[in-house]
Write a new protein. Structure first.
Lengths: 68, 250
């Protein structure tokens, strides 16, 4: 069980890392883009804009925490 | 062609960063407790990694390409954003730089403190070397398999990784010291940018979007990511500077 927890923690730290909001934001952005494409709307621009917004939100959150 | 160059460059950078970390650990225990067990541990870890890549690589080739690109693109995007976030925080002074000298000293201290059990193989050195090389190598393997898998060209991604192994290996053998002179944060920033660029491109293709300019949009996405990161570093440095100034005045 301990090895399983260590294994799970390694992959969580490796992929999700310090800010789970980034992972959630990526999943939501890609889902919106995929659903829009499925309905005939090509909103490719949402990916770079979404990524920039997520990154800004995440570093702002981190710096605010460090200042407090 | 653009795809191929990006693939090799991204795999090279990502793998070089992880290899520097693994090499620091192996050098620390090797210098302190002897090279034989450190080399055996490293070789065993490399053998285990080869098996992992050999098992995962061909399996990815039989999966449907759009589904694979959507999944791998999303994964790389999450992964790349984490790297980029850390690199931006480090570059703007909100997070301490990764100090290979400190890690080297720490590993040496732990290696000296650990007792020897008298057997021919030094299990402490073997285990630390194996763990360091296997865990960092697993990250390398993951990057190679996912990058290569999404483009149905694991071999090309492996070329980037192999070049990184040769370069880091030669430097490590030459200096016999931690590679603290390598601008690690700059490399991590570059890797984060590359991962995000590929992640967006593949996730978009997998989701069904048509990128304007097709492969050429990779260059535009790369430029956009670099500009976003640079702007964030600039803003954070300024805000940190003004906060320190306000604190000093107060």
């Amino acid at each position: 069980m301990n090895h399983l927890t260590t294994f799970g923690r390694f992959w969580y730290d490796f992929i999700i890392g310090d800010d789970w909001r980034l992972a959630l934001g990526v999943v939501i952005t890609i889902t919106v883009v995929a659903v829009a494409a499925h309905h005939g709307t090509d909103c490719w621009w949402l990916l770079p804009l979404g990524v920039a917004a997520l990154l800004t939100m995440s570093v702002t959150h981190a710096t605010r925490q460090r200042r407090q | 062609m653009t795809h191929d160059l990006f693939l090799v460059a991204a795999a090279f950078l990502a793998c070089a960063v992880e290899m520097v970390e693994a090499l620091t650990i192996v050098l620390a225990v090797g210098v302190t407790r002897g090279w034989r067990s450190a080399i055996i541990g490293t070789a065993t870890a490399l053998g285990a990694l080869t098996i992992v890549v050999a098992a995962l690589g061909p399996a990815l080739a039989v999966l449907p390409i759009d589904g694979l690109r959507l999944f791998v693109g999303g994964l790389l995007l999450v992964f790349g954003l984490q790297w980029l976030r850390k690199a931006i925080l480090r570059a703007s002074g909100f997070k301490a730089l990764h100090d290979e000298d400190a890690i080297f000293a720490e590993e040496q201290l732990a290696a000296r403190a650990a007792s020897r059990d008298g057997s021919r193989l030094d299990w402490y050195t073997f285990t630390v070397s194996f763990k360091g090389v296997f865990l960092e190598g697993l990250e390398v393997a993951f990057i190679v398999v996912t990058f290569g898998g999404a483009q149905h060209n694991v071999a090309l991604a492996a070329v980037g990784a192999a070049i990184a192994a040769v370069v880091v290996g030669i430097v490590g053998l030459t200096v016999h010291r931690p590679l603290s002179q390598v601008p690690e944060n700059t490399m991590k920033y570059a890797v984060g940018v590359m991962l995000c660029t590929f992640g967006m491109f593949w996730a978009g293709e997998g989701a069904g979007v048509d990128w304007p300019g097709r492969d050429a949009s990779l260059v535009a996405l790369l430029a956009f990511e670099i500009a976003t990161g640079a702007a964030l570093i600039w803003v954070l440095r300024r805000s940190r500077g003004s906060a320190e100034l306000t604190g000093a005045v107060a």
